[in-house]
Design a protein around this ligand. Structure first.
Ligand code: ZN
Length: 569
């Protein structure tokens, strides 16, 4: 495809670029700069006002896939990333199972191949993320991993961490550390201070973060390894890192927009959507983090995108920690750091696009002839308000709900296509084929894809199903072409049009797009067997498609006796 982005302010610190120009991409590679009149299949006009950065990169996200896909999966996570201007992410390994083995790594690689963005999984530092025994880094290297982390918690034993750092040097891997000492945290749920006192809840002492940050730096210095400090939130941590950098320790670090935007005052609302780990802290911390981003002590902005369901977030004290962030990161950073005059656009491109790739040792993405064309094209002045229901992420636990920002991503270019662009915004009463607008938005801009939703359930004793009987959801985007070619013929066999009710449950029209079908466990087994049999007759790509789906399908058998499949365009 020939794609022309005309009249756009292209900003790329890697080549000293900051001027209004035109970018021509052919088959996913930039071929000409400054070519406003070129012929193209698709033209985006920046009107001299829109800004283009090399595609953003978030080196710290949780996509919850495999195993926790009711919160997020690789496809919904990728949709959120693309909406936020990201063309690449590195995802943390605290999935279910955790990412410490070839099978899980391959699952993520295959599923990511169709996601539209570049996904780099972290491997666990320790086996099973249990903190006791080092994982197999040679195996990681063979599978193409570039970084390791036990994010979600620290490696408790300092000697094990030291060994991990030593081994990471041998295998050329980055070690990223979640710096919180769990003994010091001791069950605390928000920052320890005035606010925790006022609320009468247990606080997390800031020393928990400062202590492990200092430990990791000392350990990295002792074996001349690289250490990356995750989500810096305290002034203490900032000072320790600044001093270590001055001393020549190979330390890099990151923070998330909520740490330089808000303080723990937000928690006075007793709303668990403001709870994350490490927690929002005091104004002194917020200011220190903002200063450290502006002066370059903090190398990059991440989101720590951590989706949780509304049910999980309902109870202020019992809710899990974490917030989503991919769709608000650029807007929050522009609002807080660019529009206030603290940073230039070029500096923001450096910390949101260039530095994370550099730290991970990934191929450079730039706005130069010959580079893969990955772009985030945004309106720096567009004002908008964050409405959680409009987010692409499956979970809506954003710390920025109701916030008004200045600056918004409009187009994301990745892998030879405009992978994200504004879609018509539907009102919440809008229904499409019986689906609420919030469901439809997930795939409104993916017309060539079909969204399959699986609802495993248990049939209650009296046969009268209620909402609570659905025990989990899972879903997957598949290409419409694959779906029609591979799945529909088999599904039609199971749901012949003349037999509308093969199991006595639910009803069935026809298995085209936008239909709903229910299968009992025996039928489901038969269906899986047919898919397995089909695999042998397929080409490599088609086989891969079936390979991605099979583990998902088999998993349902363990937890359900009915499966409902819905396919939607
Ligand atoms: Zn973490």
């Amino acid at each position: 495809m020939k794609l022309l982005i005309r009249n756009v302010r292209a900003v790329d610190p890697q080549c000293g670029l900051d001027k209004v120009t035109s970018i021509l991409s052919e088959d996913g590679v930039i071929t000409v700069l400054g070519c406003a009149d070129a012929k193209a299949d698709r033209i985006i006009d920046g009107e001299g006002r829109l800004v283009a950065f090399p595609g953003l990169f978030d080196m710290h996200v949780h996509f919850r896939d495999p195993g926790l896909t009711y919160k997020e999966d690789i496809y919904t996570g990728a949709a959120a990333a693309l909406a936020g201007g990201f063309t690449g992410v590195a995802c943390m390994p605290n999935t279910k199972p955790v990412i410490d083995n070839a099978e899980t790594i391959n699952y993520i690689k295959y599923k990511s191949a169709n996601s539209g963005i570049n996904v780099y999984p972290y491997g666990c530092i320790t086996k099973g993320m249990q903190g006791a025994e080092l994982a197999d880094y040679e195996e990681y290297k063979r599978l193409g991993l570039v970084a390791i982390s036990d994010d979600g918690k620290p490696v408790p034993n300092a000697e094990i961490m030291r060994q991990a750092l030593e081994k990471s040097v041998e295998n050329g891997m980055l070690v990223a550390s979640h710096c919180e000492d769990l003994a010091i945290i001791n069950g605390g749920i928000i920052n320890k201070g005035e606010v925790s006192k006022k609320l009468g809840v247990k606080g997390m002492d800031r020393a928990s973060e400062d202590y492990i940050t200092a430990r990791e730096i000392a350990l990295a210095a002792s074996c001349d390894a690289r250490i990356h400090i995750c989500h810096v939130s305290t002034y203490g941590s900032v000072n320790i890192i600044r001093a270590a950098k001055r001393d020549g320790v190979k330390v890099t670090c990151e923070t998330a927009p909520h740490y330089f935007t808000y303080t723990d005052e937000k928690l006075l609302s007793r709303d668990a959507d403001y709870r994350m780990s490490p927690p929002l802290r005091t104004e002194k911390d917020r200011q220190a983090v903002e200063d450290a981003v502006a002066d370059g002590t903090i190398d990059c902005i991440i989101t720590d995108h951590a989706p949780h369901s509304a049910e999980e977030k309902a109870d202020f004290e019992k809710a899990p920690n974490g917030v989503v962030g991919l769709e608000t990161s650029l807007a929050a950073t522009l609002t807080k750091l660019y529009h206030t005059g603290r940073m230039t656009l070029s500096q923001i491109a450096q910390i949101m696009s260039v530095n994370p790739r550099k730290i991970l040792g990934l191929p450079k993405i730039s706005i130069e002839v010959g580079s893969p064309c990955e772009l985030c094209i945004f309106d720096p002045d567009l004002e908008w308000t964050v409405v959680p229901e409009e987010l692409h992420s499956r979970s809506k636990n954003t710390v920025f709900k109701g916030e008004t920002f200045k600056g918004k991503n409009l187009y994301t270019v990745c892998r030879d296509k405009v992978a994200y662009e504004p879609v018509r915004v539907r009102t919440s009463t809008d229904e499409v084929n019986g689906h609420k607008a919030t469901d439809v938005r997930h795939y409104a801009d993916n017309s060539e894809k079909v969204y399959l939703e699986f609802k495993p359930a248990r049939m209650p004793e009296n046969g009268d199903m209620q909402w609570e009987d659905w025990n989990c959801f899972d879903s997957v985007f598949v290409y419409k072409a694959d779906y029609e070619k591979l799945l529909v013929p088999i599904l039609n066999k199971f749901f012949p049009a003349e037999d509308p009710d093969p199991n006595g449950w639910g009803t069935q029209e026809y298995f085209d797009v936008c239909s709903e079908n229910w299968l009992g466990a025996d039928k489901w087994k038969e269906f899986i067997a047919q898919l397995e049999a089909l695999k042998n007759d397929l080409g490599k790509e088609d086989r891969m498609f079936i390979d991605i789906l099979l583990p998902l399908f088999r998993g349902f058998l363990d937890k359900s006796d009915i499966i409902c499949i819905e396919g939607n365009q």
